[in-house]
Ligand binder design. Structure first.
Ligand code: SF4
Length: 274
């Protein structure tokens, strides 16, 4: 079976940076905490745990050491609290997420109701909400219809699709007096989704590799599935079943932002051997 790997599959710049910053801290042999799993990939989190990175869900019980803020970012109140407790903070927030946080703050300070297009349960969005008092999350056009304010600023969770941002903006345009939009869908995400679409159009089956808890991988799967109905989301090569590809001559592979290269290679090798 021929295997075609989509461009831009796997680790993005922000994830690579967060892992590199964390490993730098590990070298100093200090107690290292990551506030939430560093990335949405259980295999990588386990590897980091073995290197000495302890995942914590809050800083309350932590008295000393270094806290790494993952690429998703956190509300500013949490960074302040960590510093007040005397913890060293290593901020691995992706610069694209940081920029979005700055837009949210600026819009909030200027009196806009901030609309964040995204998933309210995603850590990045929870972090963004901490940057403005008047901020709400909408996860699509239907939810946007409920907005009543007249002066609105819009940003997007960095890993959402541009089409979802556009659908929300379309609704808001018809009902508000003033609308400011910052397209904060990150270029890595947009590039990955576009490359996956191109491949999905030309293959018999598509395999999307990434953590089941990774929102951007799930969206990548939805995008591919809409184009290529024979589509599978897996975390590891061992999950692949031969009978999925009985009728296939060409299979496409893409991967979410937190999928390491070695996992993509293993998947391609397994598929290629079939
Ligand atoms: S997906 Fe984009 S915003 Fe998110 S960590 Fe990667 S580069 Fe940064």
């Amino acid at each position: 079976m021929k295997v075609v790997v989509a461009d831009n599959a796997g680790f993005c710049f922000g994830v690579k940076r967060a892992i590199a910053l964390t490993r730098e801290v590990v070298k100093r042999k200090q107690i290292v905490y990551s506030l939430g799993p560093l990335i949405h990939n259980p295999q990588v989190v386990e590897a980091l745990r073995k290197e000495g990175v302890k995942v914590i869900s809050k800083i309350d019980g932590t008295e000393e050491g270094v806290v790494v803020i993952r690429s998703h970012g956190v509300p500013p109140q949490i960074v302040r609290k960590a510093r007040q407790k005397g913890l060293e903070v290593v901020d691995a927030t992706c610069p694209f997420v940081k920029e979005t946080q700055n837009f949210v703050k600026m819009l909030g300070d200027e009196g806009y109701k901030v609309v964040i297009v995204g998933d309210k349960d995603h850590p990045e969005v929870k972090g963004l909400l901490g940057y403005a008092e008047k901020a709400v999350v909408v996860n699509g056009a239907d939810e946007a219809k409920k907005i009543r304010d007249k002066q609105i600023g819009v940003v997007s969770q960095t890993t959402q699709s541009t089409s979802k941002l556009t659908s929300v903006v379309d609704v808001l345009l018809k009902k508000v007096e003033e609308l400011r939009i910052f397209n904060t869908v990150c270029s890595a995400t947009a590039g990955r989704q576009e490359s996956a679409k191109k491949v999905a159009k030309n293959v018999d089956a598509m395999v999307v590799v990434g953590g089941y808890n990774s929102g951007n991988t799930r969206r990548l799967y939805d995008i591919c599935k809409a184009i290529c109905s024979c589509c599978y989301h897996i975390e590891r090569a061992e999950e692949i079943e031969k009978e999925w590809f009985k009728e296939c001559k060409v299979v496409g592979v893409t991967a979410g932002a937190s999928t390491p290269d070695y996992v993509i290679k293993e998947v391609c090798k397994t598929l290629g051997d079939m």
